[in-house]
Ligand binder design. Structure first.
Ligand SMILES: Nc1nc2c(ncn2[C@@H]2O[C@H](COP(=O)(O)OP(=O)(O)O)[C@@H](O)[C@H]2O)c(=O)[nH]1
Ligand SMILES: [Mg+2]
Ligand SMILES: [Zn+2]
Length: 288
């Protein structure tokens, strides 16, 4: 039977069998690779014990780089929820880097501007323009706040069927958003502890939490602190989707999009169909 990994405790995992609500403890066979929250697996009863026999191929994997190796943090996400806010300050270069990391991980990006309650009218207009640029590229983008009762509704409206984790600088409001999305988080973690008998160290463990509408959020201090490691040149080139599209019409195959005649990117810039600040960020990340 198929099951979802809800949390991984090294020697054993907490699983939820498809179509059931109960959480159970299961033991992976030695042939099964390291499992992470979000993994889908095949399980079989073995007497009183539930064993994981097989990992179902992942649709995506979020990895943290540890110097030279990559460690999986979570699997089968559909989106990175990229949170920014002022304070600490809205940094489009960082947002773009996370968009590229999402591209690398094989997931979409959901742009979340938090602390909308603190914005002056003028700031709000400039933020709306930024969000509109991300939308035009194909990223859902919302402005929310966690202080008003219905402040996160724009986010809730974008969640259907999406499995995401929140990333972003310290202080942007990730914990506050989680608190709003999962007011019963402690109870849920408690239920996993009770079902598996694993009580300690749950604060550092990555959990998969189902949300209404087929959505899910994957959370742990580790995934929230996910930071952008080195982005390979091809990821920068391909991950700026609107620039990559514009570049299809460049006259030269090795166009650097800076001075060449017949450059599709420079043309799009002149026509205002790509945003100058996205191009400027691209140049920084591409080392131009
Ligand atoms: N005004 C306002 N403050 C917020 C909002 N969301 C979070 N904060 C505050 O911002 C600070 C940092 O929030 P926190 O959730 O800890 O950010 P994290 O570091 O990303 O987890 C806290 O003092 C929160 O109360 C918001 O929507 N509006
Ligand atoms: Mg926090
Ligand atoms: Zn070009």
């Amino acid at each position: 039977m198929q099951a979802r990994i809800i949390a991984n405790f090294r020697a054993s995992v907490a699983v939820q069998i498809e179509g059931q609500s109960a959480i159970r403890q299961a033991y992976p066979l030695r042939s099964v690779p390291l499992l992470v929250a979000g993994d889908k697996v095949l399980c079989e009863e073995d007497g009183d014990v539930l064993r994981v026999h097989e990992l179902v191929p992942r649709s995506s994997v979020l990895e943290r780089s540890d110097r030279r190796t990559f460690k999986p943090l979570a699997a089968n996400l559909t989106h990175l929820g990229i949170v920014s806010a002022n304070p600490p300050g809205i940094d489009t270069l960082l947002i773009d880097q996370f968009c590229l990391a999402a591209h690398r991980a094989g997931v979409g990006a959901l742009i979340i501007l938090n602390k909308a309650d603190l914005l002056s009218e003028e700031e709000r207009e400039s933020c709306d323009r930024m969000l509109e640029v991300y939308r035009s590229i194909g990223y859902p983008a919302v402005a929310i706040d966690t202080k008003n009762a219905d402040g996160i509704d724009p986010l809730l409206n974008e969640l259907e069927g999406r499995a995401f984790t929140l990333v972003g600088a310290s202080g942007v409001g990730k914990s506050s958003i989680i608190q709003k999305l999962l007011p019963d988080k402690e109870l849920r973690v408690g239920a996993v502890s009770a079902a598996t008998g694993i009580g300690s160290h749950t604060t550092s463990v990555t959990f998969w939490y189902d949300l209404p509408g087929g959505a899910a959020i994957i959370d742990s201090p580790g995934v929230r602190q996910y930071s952008v490691a080195h982005l390979a040149p091809n990821i920068v080139r391909e991950g700026y989707h609107e620039l990559a599209r514009a570049a299809e019409s460049c006259r030269f195959g090795d166009c650097s999009h800076t001075v060449e005649p017949g450059c599709g990117v420079l043309h799009a810039l002149a026509e205002n169909t790509v945003a100058q600040w996205r191009y400027d960020n691209y140049c920084k990340l591409a080392g131009i």
